[in-house]
Ligand binder design. Structure first.
Ligand SMILES: C[S@@+](CC[C@H](N)C(=O)[O-])C[C@H]1O[C@@H](n2cnc3c(N)ncnc32)[C@H](O)[C@@H]1O
Length: 203
Protein backbone atom coordinates (compact mmCIF):
# COMPACT_ATOMS: atom_id res chain seq x y z
CA UNK A 1 0.00 0.00 0.00
CA UNK A 2 1.32 3.43 -0.94
CA UNK A 3 1.72 5.79 2.04
CA UNK A 4 2.69 9.45 2.27
CA UNK A 5 6.04 9.55 4.13
CA UNK A 6 6.70 13.30 3.81
CA UNK A 7 4.53 16.06 2.30
CA UNK A 8 4.03 15.12 -1.36
CA UNK A 9 6.32 12.06 -1.15
CA UNK A 10 4.99 8.52 -1.17
CA UNK A 11 6.49 5.09 -0.54
CA UNK A 12 5.49 1.54 -1.25
CA UNK A 13 7.67 -1.46 -0.56
CA UNK A 14 11.03 0.35 -0.92
CA UNK A 15 9.92 2.41 -3.91
CA UNK A 16 9.46 6.17 -3.68
CA UNK A 17 7.09 8.32 -5.72
CA UNK A 18 5.77 11.83 -6.16
CA UNK A 19 2.32 12.59 -7.55
CA UNK A 20 1.81 14.81 -10.60
CA UNK A 21 -1.05 17.28 -11.11
CA UNK A 22 -3.23 14.58 -12.70
CA UNK A 23 -2.87 12.46 -9.55
CA UNK A 24 -0.58 9.85 -11.15
CA UNK A 25 2.29 8.45 -9.08
CA UNK A 26 5.73 9.00 -10.65
CA UNK A 27 8.49 6.61 -9.60
CA UNK A 28 11.48 8.52 -8.16
CA UNK A 29 14.68 6.68 -9.02
CA UNK A 30 17.53 6.84 -6.44
CA UNK A 31 20.10 6.11 -9.17
CA UNK A 32 19.20 9.15 -11.27
CA UNK A 33 18.24 11.53 -8.44
CA UNK A 34 20.37 12.16 -5.35
CA UNK A 35 17.37 13.50 -3.44
CA UNK A 36 15.63 10.17 -3.96
CA UNK A 37 18.88 8.44 -2.91
CA UNK A 38 18.85 10.49 0.32
CA UNK A 39 15.23 9.45 0.97
CA UNK A 40 16.26 5.81 0.51
CA UNK A 41 19.13 6.47 2.94
CA UNK A 42 16.74 7.69 5.65
CA UNK A 43 16.58 11.43 5.23
CA UNK A 44 14.81 12.45 8.46
CA UNK A 45 12.93 15.47 7.11
CA UNK A 46 12.61 17.13 3.71
CA UNK A 47 11.47 20.54 5.04
CA UNK A 48 9.67 20.85 1.67
CA UNK A 49 5.94 21.18 1.17
CA UNK A 50 3.13 22.36 -1.12
CA UNK A 51 3.29 26.07 -2.08
CA UNK A 52 7.02 26.43 -1.29
CA UNK A 53 9.29 28.54 -3.50
CA UNK A 54 12.50 26.69 -4.39
CA UNK A 55 15.87 27.68 -5.83
CA UNK A 56 17.54 24.71 -7.53
CA UNK A 57 21.17 25.06 -8.63
CA UNK A 58 22.55 22.63 -11.21
CA UNK A 59 19.16 21.69 -12.63
CA UNK A 60 20.50 19.71 -15.62
CA UNK A 61 17.65 18.34 -17.76
CA UNK A 62 15.28 18.53 -14.79
CA UNK A 63 14.95 14.95 -13.53
CA UNK A 64 14.94 15.96 -9.84
CA UNK A 65 13.38 19.36 -10.61
CA UNK A 66 10.30 17.57 -12.01
CA UNK A 67 9.76 15.71 -8.71
CA UNK A 68 10.22 18.89 -6.68
CA UNK A 69 7.71 20.54 -9.01
CA UNK A 70 5.25 17.74 -8.09
CA UNK A 71 5.84 18.30 -4.36
CA UNK A 72 5.44 22.10 -4.30
CA UNK A 73 2.41 21.83 -6.59
CA UNK A 74 0.70 24.38 -8.78
CA UNK A 75 0.82 27.13 -6.13
CA UNK A 76 4.55 26.55 -5.49
CA UNK A 77 7.44 27.51 -7.73
CA UNK A 78 10.89 26.25 -8.76
CA UNK A 79 13.62 28.56 -10.06
CA UNK A 80 15.95 26.15 -11.88
CA UNK A 81 19.46 27.45 -12.61
CA UNK A 82 21.63 25.63 -15.14
CA UNK A 83 24.86 26.76 -16.82
CA UNK A 84 24.83 24.52 -19.90
CA UNK A 85 22.69 25.77 -22.81
CA UNK A 86 22.44 22.23 -24.23
CA UNK A 87 20.80 20.71 -21.15
CA UNK A 88 18.90 23.90 -20.38
CA UNK A 89 16.97 23.35 -23.62
CA UNK A 90 15.44 20.18 -22.10
CA UNK A 91 14.59 22.19 -19.02
CA UNK A 92 12.70 24.70 -21.18
CA UNK A 93 10.59 21.85 -22.63
CA UNK A 94 9.85 20.67 -19.08
CA UNK A 95 8.83 24.20 -18.06
CA UNK A 96 6.43 24.33 -21.02
CA UNK A 97 4.65 21.27 -19.61
CA UNK A 98 4.76 22.50 -16.00
CA UNK A 99 3.69 26.02 -15.12
CA UNK A 100 5.61 26.10 -11.82
CA UNK A 101 9.18 25.94 -13.20
CA UNK A 102 11.29 28.85 -14.44
CA UNK A 103 14.50 27.72 -16.17
CA UNK A 104 17.35 30.22 -15.72
CA UNK A 105 20.39 29.86 -17.97
CA UNK A 106 23.09 31.22 -15.66
CA UNK A 107 26.26 30.51 -13.71
CA UNK A 108 25.34 29.85 -10.07
CA UNK A 109 28.75 31.25 -9.21
CA UNK A 110 27.39 34.69 -10.26
CA UNK A 111 24.13 35.04 -8.29
CA UNK A 112 24.04 38.76 -9.00
CA UNK A 113 23.18 37.90 -12.64
CA UNK A 114 19.81 36.39 -11.62
CA UNK A 115 19.13 38.17 -8.31
CA UNK A 116 16.51 40.40 -9.98
CA UNK A 117 14.65 37.38 -11.43
CA UNK A 118 13.97 35.50 -8.21
CA UNK A 119 12.44 36.27 -4.84
CA UNK A 120 13.31 34.95 -1.38
CA UNK A 121 13.01 31.19 -1.29
CA UNK A 122 11.77 28.64 1.24
CA UNK A 123 14.15 25.91 0.12
CA UNK A 124 17.50 25.74 -1.68
CA UNK A 125 18.98 22.66 -3.33
CA UNK A 126 22.40 22.50 -4.97
CA UNK A 127 23.88 19.65 -7.00
CA UNK A 128 26.89 21.11 -8.80
CA UNK A 129 30.11 19.17 -9.29
CA UNK A 130 32.59 22.06 -9.23
CA UNK A 131 35.76 22.62 -7.26
CA UNK A 132 34.22 25.65 -5.50
CA UNK A 133 30.81 24.02 -4.83
CA UNK A 134 30.78 25.19 -1.18
CA UNK A 135 31.56 28.78 -2.15
CA UNK A 136 28.72 28.70 -4.73
CA UNK A 137 26.32 27.39 -2.07
CA UNK A 138 27.32 30.04 0.48
CA UNK A 139 26.89 32.81 -2.11
CA UNK A 140 23.35 31.63 -2.90
CA UNK A 141 22.29 31.34 0.75
CA UNK A 142 21.45 35.05 0.49
CA UNK A 143 18.20 34.06 -1.28
CA UNK A 144 17.05 31.71 1.49
CA UNK A 145 14.68 32.97 4.16
CA UNK A 146 16.05 32.93 7.72
CA UNK A 147 15.48 29.58 9.50
CA UNK A 148 14.65 27.90 6.17
CA UNK A 149 16.53 24.92 4.81
CA UNK A 150 19.21 24.44 2.19
CA UNK A 151 20.41 21.10 0.84
CA UNK A 152 23.94 20.73 -0.53
CA UNK A 153 25.26 17.69 -2.40
CA UNK A 154 29.02 17.43 -2.12
CA UNK A 155 30.97 15.41 -4.65
CA UNK A 156 34.34 15.00 -2.93
CA UNK A 157 36.32 14.15 -6.06
CA UNK A 158 35.33 17.42 -7.74
CA UNK A 159 36.81 19.40 -4.85
CA UNK A 160 40.11 17.50 -4.73
CA UNK A 161 40.65 14.06 -6.28
CA UNK A 162 43.92 13.59 -4.37
CA UNK A 163 42.43 14.03 -0.86
CA UNK A 164 40.56 11.46 1.22
CA UNK A 165 36.80 12.11 0.82
CA UNK A 166 36.44 11.95 4.62
CA UNK A 167 38.88 14.86 5.02
CA UNK A 168 36.98 16.87 2.40
CA UNK A 169 33.64 16.27 4.15
CA UNK A 170 35.23 17.41 7.46
CA UNK A 171 36.46 20.63 5.81
CA UNK A 172 33.05 21.28 4.20
CA UNK A 173 31.29 20.76 7.55
CA UNK A 174 33.52 23.39 9.17
CA UNK A 175 32.85 25.91 6.39
CA UNK A 176 29.07 25.36 6.48
CA UNK A 177 28.88 25.68 10.25
CA UNK A 178 29.88 29.33 10.01
CA UNK A 179 26.59 30.31 8.30
CA UNK A 180 24.24 27.42 8.97
CA UNK A 181 23.24 24.77 11.44
CA UNK A 182 23.81 21.31 9.97
CA UNK A 183 20.68 19.28 10.61
CA UNK A 184 21.69 16.01 8.96
CA UNK A 185 24.49 14.53 6.86
CA UNK A 186 23.84 11.58 4.56
CA UNK A 187 26.42 9.55 2.72
CA UNK A 188 24.77 8.61 -0.59
CA UNK A 189 26.52 5.27 -1.07
CA UNK A 190 25.71 2.81 -2.61
CA UNK A 191 23.78 5.07 -5.00
CA UNK A 192 26.63 7.59 -5.41
CA UNK A 193 30.23 7.03 -4.40
CA UNK A 194 32.01 9.75 -2.38
CA UNK A 195 28.93 11.99 -2.23
CA UNK A 196 27.43 13.46 0.94
CA UNK A 197 24.23 15.45 1.29
CA UNK A 198 24.37 18.21 3.92
CA UNK A 199 20.97 19.37 5.19
CA UNK A 200 21.45 22.89 6.56
CA UNK A 201 19.26 25.41 8.33
CA UNK A 202 20.10 29.03 7.61
CA UNK A 203 21.01 31.03 10.72
C1 LIG B 1 25.13 16.39 -11.39
S1 LIG B 1 24.31 17.40 -12.54
C2 LIG B 1 22.79 17.73 -11.76
C3 LIG B 1 21.74 16.64 -11.87
C4 LIG B 1 20.40 17.14 -11.36
N1 LIG B 1 20.57 17.78 -10.07
C5 LIG B 1 19.35 16.06 -11.21
O1 LIG B 1 19.26 15.44 -10.14
O2 LIG B 1 18.56 15.86 -12.15
C6 LIG B 1 25.14 18.92 -12.33
C7 LIG B 1 24.64 20.05 -13.23
O3 LIG B 1 25.22 21.26 -12.76
C8 LIG B 1 25.49 22.09 -13.88
N2 LIG B 1 26.46 23.11 -13.47
C9 LIG B 1 27.81 22.98 -13.33
N3 LIG B 1 28.36 24.14 -12.94
C10 LIG B 1 27.33 25.03 -12.80
C11 LIG B 1 27.27 26.40 -12.44
N4 LIG B 1 28.37 27.08 -12.09
N5 LIG B 1 26.06 27.00 -12.42
C12 LIG B 1 24.94 26.32 -12.77
N6 LIG B 1 24.95 25.02 -13.13
C13 LIG B 1 26.13 24.38 -13.16
C14 LIG B 1 25.99 21.11 -14.93
O4 LIG B 1 25.89 21.65 -16.24
C15 LIG B 1 25.09 19.91 -14.69
O5 LIG B 1 23.94 19.95 -15.52
Amino acid sequence: MIQEIFPGIFADNKKIYTKDSSGAYRLWNPITSKLSAALHKRLKQTFLKANDVVLYLGASTGTTVSHISDIVGEQGFVFAVEISPTVCRELVFLAEERQNIAPILADANQPQTYADKIKDVDWLYQDIAQKNQVEIFLKNLRFVKKNSHAFLIIKARSIDATKEPKQIFNDVREQLQQDTEIVQEINLEPYKKDHVMFVCKKN
